[in-house]
Design a protein around this ligand. Sequence first.
Ligand code: TPP
Ligand code: MG
Length: 373
Amino acid sequence: MTQATEMLQVMNASGKAKGKTPSGLKAEDLKAMFKAMLETRLLDQRGMNLQRQGRIGFYVPSFGQEASQIGAGYAMKDSDLLFPSYRVVSIALLRDVDLKVLFDQAWGNATDLCKGRQMPNHYAIKDIGWTSISSPIGTQISHAAGAARAMQIRGDKSAAWVWFGDGGTSSNDFHAGMNFAGVWKAPCIFMCENNHWAISVPQEMQTASQSFAAKAIAYGMRGVRVDGNDVLAVYEAAKEARARAEKGEGPTLIETVTFRMGPHSSSDDPKRYQDPALFEEWQKKDPIDRFREWLKGKRIWTKTWEEEITADMQARIAKAVEAAEGTPAPELETIFTDVYADVPRMLKEQHNELIEQIKKSGDIEDTSEAFPL
Ligand SMILES: Cc1ncc(C[n+]2csc(CCOP(=O)(O)OP(=O)(O)O)c2C)c(N)n1
Ligand SMILES: [Mg+2]
């Protein structure tokens, strides 16, 4: 079971070729992967800035994890269902999400798909096969295993992809989901992003196992450990896992070894618990810099091309931000909708009471400061 402990790599730490380029990838694919990684970085930078400017309440960046995510995203098929964590917005970009959908959610405005009811960054985007993100760590793991089993029963050739962190492997749902998918050989791909931290808890405090991938052995499934800052290695591992799922060979657990190069969220300050030397060490392995070097070696990258992608993405972000920020909050009455087909008497009474109160006071008390994120 060496794959579960050794680390698969296609490029070395400075972006020079180490293994073979995964077969089937053309220059356009390599460029699309780089573009998606860069766009993710730009989106995250803007999301964090908006939070620092006090314009949105909360943001979760994925700095440093772009290769770990895009490599796998590129191996997905359109009909595959996604069970994301709060840190993989890159996959939504890969599925051509409308940026306004993301910013509407950040503002929780009237056009937000969830009408401002979800925690920021916890998107639910049915059109792109993106199931709702839940805050309790790991719950999406058992959801994905169940969905994969349903796909198997229906005989459709799709797969379920679930994303979680090193910390997520300590959840009950990790055991339930892995066990269930292992028993049924369900077409589920378990993406464990080992970014070294679960907020302030380091990975060595998370498990006594030799690796996170090694946990697959106990569930009778394949476990693969891959350099998560090497987009091509991640793609290789994910492509193989996807092919196995389709052939009925069962689930795969992929551990991508990467590093969280930013705070856990906009509410966190890693300087309080992280040795700066560790950050500096990983900064040298920045997945975008590494892939750029590799593309340069293949004569695929140019400075002008990167500048064009940057300018285009920044303009698209600016447009979406302006539209989302300018959209009013959801109508107050929406707090009574979407739960019951026939609204019960008690709720109707509460609704009428609220309307009366607003009429009397002209407004309602602002309690938004009562829940700092
Ligand atoms: C059941 C549960 N326990 C604790 C938390 C608080 N919490 C939020 S994120 C997080 C860390 C998760 O770390 P990891 O799974 O490694 O993912 P990462 O944030 O590193 O991507 C914790 C403990 C939670 N949301 N749910
Ligand atoms: Mg983590």
